[in-house]
Design a protein around this ligand. Sequence first.
Ligand code: B3K
Ligand code: ZN
Length: 880
Amino acid sequence: MRTSQPQTIYLSEYRVPAYLVDTVDLRFELFENGARVHSTLEVRRNPESDAGEVPLELDGDSLILESVALNGAPLGDADFENRGDKLIIGPVPAKFELSVVTWIEPQNNTRLEGLYKSSGMFCSQCEAEGFRCITFFPDRPDVMSRFRTRIEADKGAYPILLSNGNDVDRGDLDDGRHYVIWEDPFPKPCYLFALVAGDLVEKRDTFKTGSGRDIDLRMYVEPRNAEKCDHAMDSLKRSMRWDEEVYGREYDLDIFMIVAVDDFNMGAMENKGLNIFNSSCVLASQETATDLAFQRIEAIVAHEYFHNWSGNRVTCRDWFQLSLKEGFTVFRDSQFSADMGSPTVKRIEDVTLLRTAQFAEDGGPMAHPVRPASYMEISNFYTLTIYEKGAEVVRMIYTLLGPDMFRKGSDLYFERHDGQAVTTDDFVKAMEDASGRDLSQFRLWYEQAGTPVLSVSDEYDSERGIYRLTVEQSVPDTPGQKAKKPQHIPFALGLLGARGESLPLRLEPESQDAPTERVLELTDTCHTFEFHGINERPVPSLLRDFSAPVRVRYSWTREQMLFLMSHDPDGFNRWDAGQRLAVDVIQSLVGAPKDAPVDARLVAAYRQLISDSSLDQALVAKMLQLPSEAYLIELAESADVPAIHKARERVLKHLAIALRSELVACYRRNLEEGAYQVTPDQIARRSLRNTALAWLLQINDEEGRELALRQFKESDNMTDRISALRALVNSDYEADRSEVLTDFYARFQDDPQVVEQWFSVQASSDRAGQLPEIHALLEHKAFDWKNPNKVRSVVGAFAGQNLAAFHNPDGSGYDFLADQVCRLDDSNPQIAARLVTPLTRWRKFAPSYSNRMKAAIERIRDKPDLSRDVYEVVHKSLAD
Ligand code: B3K
Ligand code: ZN
């Protein structure tokens, strides 16, 4: 066990930095056995600090200190204290130059924080606190400096040397070495520093900004990936144009670079002028990437690019403010994706993620506000709450202000805070100042954790023609937070008449020209709204377009759900009504006798969806997806996962048998489409036919099997090929399963991103991914414990997607995950802390499961030398 408990850091203890660093001059000497980092800082006392003449404290982690000099004079051991995690120097003058030389070993860095090696190249990851693994520095985002970086390395092995800003000088050195010097004119926090050195090919393009400047766009990838850059480059140009048009934000440097690396802890990183991407989030070709991957890449390229303003030009004061940049940037990238494709489909995808995973987080032991008040390890706070709920909070401001005021607010925010490190409160203040709206109660969204619940009831007064809607809100208790205040919630709604028409919403008896949709503002615990001139009991369409991240409780009848499914003019709510109906049907079958009937109305509704080609096919493709097991678990009180799995499978098979001929027709109707393109229409067609295929194989349909085998062999794109593979892997056709898996691997074994998909198809399948097979995958020659993508594609996919196997009643899935977390804890704590998440939710499950989960997590707790990352999540999960 750990001997000392990791410290908790509190927002309330924030103090401005005692010293500022105006310039950072770095010189990297890169070698195979390590790297020497020479750092020279211009330091001065912060006039805004009242700390006085305190010693200078610099952060460090895993550094070997070689020398320290102050104003050119070397310091002796008595002049400073090196505690490993802190270098303390003092007394120091009010203004001085500090030079520090450190030795680091990137080749042995398995945490992938700071400077490390991936496929033979040097690369860096400094957010949140990785820069301290490179050199001693005040590693906090409110210290902003101008960086100059000289990189020296062997020219043959590392012809490409990159850092932030513009390359201002380069040349050859002795012994076959060379150097490049980079200067970044924009002051930035050290978490945005980046360095790359490798043997990479360069892909170039240009972008002309609105004001007529030519920007040099460059992508750097390993030579084997040279043909997989076009989509990211096009996405980048679309993002640059969009940010000019929608937010008035133009790019500021002369060069924008993107680098792809295989070993990366997350998706990508917005380092100033030098974005570094996980290969799986940037490289794509029709043959190797699915539609989903193409869309994800476009969104992530946009997200990182948008950070140049929301994150880099205006950054966070401290890490409690992380959602300032992440929530806002996710909101921006979701607006962008909506504009590039189908807004309704994008909204459905975002809400699905939010309701499945963020609501689970908000109801679990790690629940925290969008602006947390404390943390032990900041890496654990790159969460769905900070990102997705944070984006929903910004979206609500957008809804409350309207597009024009919101734009005025964002203009004011960027103008007022350009070059500063600020807080979420500064963001809200700019929105208030620009719009004149009072958002003081709204700020509770940043302070209170937990998903608010809206309990809605209604009554219809036929005599007076009044429809009365009562909405009560409550915010559940979360760890450390009880008895919460009501929040300010935009609640969009409409009312439908018996023929599906939208009724005018008159809040006053005589009002004319009433709108058919309103955004009501909930601020009290309970509100009652009266709608006048309503001649028959309407069907309410509540929380349209998911106008707030809340749970709505209203006792819809199945008839009403069916009605909304086919009549609601709000596409999102139409989809949601279908989801609610399917959830209701599945839930009623959990634990029910085998012969309990499946509601015939569900079959009829799905038949209508599959057969009516006049409907929006992109929406239909989404509506046909049954609610996921993860969502059903999230909705359950005391989840019995194998029982939920069975009930869901039962409904799916029932639908597939009843709709067999419609499925075959749907498959065939959506077959021909011309050359592969990633357009909403084609994506919908592929999704529809692949859903049809998956369902047919669930019922061992011979025609479906033949269609799948043919599609697997003949398709010219990864979406269709892997969908056929997945359908066969999840079927009872065992011989076909092993044949297609072997064939697929043989074809794509040299492409790591495709091999990851191959791992994941198996690990997430209850047919191909039981524990013995998972162990075999871990022994496979393509598996690599040091590569986070591989770990996620096997261990993460098993515990996160193969839920019935993970929740095996004998507890073997839990023990397996505990073993892997302990194993990874020493080499890559960030990844270990992410993987442990499913176990931390042990309280959610039926007692026989939850006891075993708890035992597994206790075993992790008792591992010697537990990292701070895993310590925090495990201890919070076990706290009373
Ligand atoms: N800002 C990075 C995330 C860094 C995560 C550090 N553990 C990527 C992004 O959100 O754009
Ligand atoms: Zn981000």
